[in-house]
Design a protein around this ligand. Structure first.
Ligand code: NOJ
Length: 540
């Protein structure tokens, strides 16, 4: 069976505004990002995912689009974007962009026209109500900020529907003109050369009475139509679904292999943290057991962190409170249904935990994503509002503004706190330390790339009694890697039944010198606290 590039790619999530300021105005831009493409390439990633880079009032950091076919002036011009794209392609890096289909900014000319003139064709681009009482079964997503999914618009004299901020009116997908607009926009970027889209908030495109207005059949129909166009006109480009749902609902976004190529696996993510803190593999095994098979030609996208809060929507209320207690002891660390902290602080900057979670991410089935800055263990700033604390400037050096910008003021302050400030945590420092997070990231990605089993193998979970140790094979044809993780802070002993490999040896890809000759049965392994091993089976 053919594996397509996206089924084994590693993604790097890039916030253009945060990465590198090339023109000295305090905002990251494409001109700056171009100068960092070699750095991105050096990590060993395959594809860059760019957060929204369109004109926008930035009330939701660009997820409020005011013009779909241009670049935010702070980030550069369309020409500069094209130079960035070509430069990425020259280095063998693909680029997917974020596409917000569900809503626009209230500053978008469509909405301005729609609210002003009920007879304008644009009025029907949005969802209106005289009473604001419809669709009462739809949940509110931005719980800390919004009280209703309806907001009264003084200009229109009506309520408009929005699943996110009230500055983000939802588009009306019952109007075929909206389909046409979205397809036109997609063609625009695909013609320019982007390799695909991360489609934002796709479960919410349609609204129907007496439903929760998520995952509706009409939504899937539209998305399949989009896929058909992509396949026909732009083969090889990809569609990624951001559908924060339970596995059973997410798999519908793969269709029969005729909808999205990739879907984020939201439910597995918090369970990686849960398992680590509990020293118990069961949360991970439970969710994998509840994850259905996916159609050929598709893949999960896995991640530890992203630009949003660490979402706790896909856990039970008890688990959510437990996660908050464990990982977000201060109220400021919480937002909506999640935790607004970065990877390194979540793990108390503990190297063992950091290595374990990253090794786990890179060895589970799926295409992994690394969030910019997490490869150097950047910290967060919980004193900033909303999710901004996890979106501060990239820390390149100990110089002014961490080498991010020459401006006196930056779009958000560069992190300069004691533990994670740019003076200490930065790329330049870590380039010089061979055991830094940065080099470990490169090492892990390189090791993964050399093992077809880790990239595209099937997963065979080993039924071992010890709840603290997660053990599984990844298997691709003759290639086998045994992944072992001791999730607990205590040393653990496990016995493995590896009789069928008698005489072969297991070579540790992560720690040299840990090779095991499979001569005895059972094979007993003593695992240090928080130990991670990728053991490659070598035939004799
Ligand atoms: C999901 C995005 O990841 C998030 O940042 C944004 O606020 C919402 N969608 C609304 O577009």
């Amino acid at each position: 069976m053919t594996n397509y590039w996206y089924q084994e790619a590693v993604f790097y999530e890039l916030y253009i505004r945060a990465f590198c300021d090339g023109d000295g105005d305090g905002h990251g831009d494409f001109r700056g990002a171009i100068t960092k493409l070699d750095y991105i390439k050096s990590l060993g990633v395959d594809c860059i995912w760019i957060l929204p880079m369109y004109p926008s009032p930035l009330k939701d950091d660009g997820y409020d689009i005011a013009g779909y076919t241009d670049i935010h002036p702070d980030y550069g011009s369309l020409e500069e974007f094209k130079v960035f794209l070509d430069a990425a392609h020259e280095r063998g890096l693909r680029v997917v962009t974020d596409l917000v289909m569900n809503h626009t900014s209230d500053q978008h000319p469509w909405f301005q026209e729609a609210r002003r003139d009920p007879h304008s064709p644009y009025h029907q681009y949005y969802v209106w109500s005289e009473t604001g009482e419809e669709y009462a079964d739809a949940r509110i997503i931005f719980l800390d900020f919004e009280e209703s999914n309806w907001t009264y618009d003084e200009v229109a004299g009506k309520y408009f529907w929005h699943r996110f901020y009230s500055s983000q009116p939802d588009l009306n997908y019952d109007n075929p003109a909206v389909h046409d607009e979205m397809i036109r926009i997609m063609r625009f970027w695909l013609d320019l050369g982007v390799d695909g889209f991360r489609a934002d908030a796709v479960p919410y495109l349609y609204e129907r009475e007496d439903t929760n207005c998520e995952n509706l059949p009409e939504t899937h129909l539209f998305l399949k139509k989009v896929r058909q166009i992509m396949d026909k006109e732009y083969p090889g480009r990809v569609l990624i679904a951001e559908a924060n749902q339970w596995p059973l609902d997410v798999v519908d976004y793969f269709g029969d292999g005729d909808e999205f190529h990739l879907c984020f696996h939201f439910p597995v993510m918090p369970r990686l943290y849960m398992a680590l803190k509990q020293g118990d593999k069961r949360p991970i095994l439970d969710i994998l057991a509840r994850t259905p098979e996916i159609p050929p030609g598709t893949q999960w996208l896995t991640f530890l962190r992203n630009h949003d809060e660490l979402t706790l929507e896909m856990v039970t209320p008890e688990e959510r409170h437990w996660m908050w207690d464990q990982y977000a002891p201060e109220p400021r660390m919480r937002i909506n249904m999640g935790i607004r902290r970065r990877l390194a602080p979540l793990l108390d900057n503990n190297r063992g935990r950091w290595l374990l979670l990253n090794a786990l991410l890179l060895s589970l089935p799926g295409s992994p994503i690394i969030y910019y800055g997490d490869e150097i263990g950047m910290g967060d700033n919980i004193w900033l509002p909303d999710r901004h604390g996890c979106r501060t400037p990239m820390q390149w050096s100990a110089g002014k503004n961490g080498g991010f910008s020459t401006a006196d003021t930056t779009y958000l302050p560069v992190n300069d706190d004691d533990g994670y400030g740019y003076q200490v945590v930065n790329v330049a420092n870590q380039e010089n330390e061979r055991d830094s997070y940065l080099w470990v990231t490169r090492f892990l990605l390189q090791s993964r790339k050399q093992q077809p089993a880790l990239q595209r193998g099937v997963m065979e979970i080993l039924p071992i009694d010890n709840p603290a140790v997660l053990a599984y094979w990844r298997v691709h044809e003759d290639d086998r890697v045994l992944c072992l993780y001791n999730l607990s802070k205590q040393q653990q002993s496990i016995s493995l039944d590896l009789r069928s490999y008698h005489g072969d040896s297991l070579v540790d890809l992560l720690f040299q010198g840990e090779n095991i000759i499979l001569s005895e049965w059972p094979t007993v392994k003593i695992m240090a606290p928080l130990a991670s091993h990728w053991l490659h089976l070598e035939k004799t």
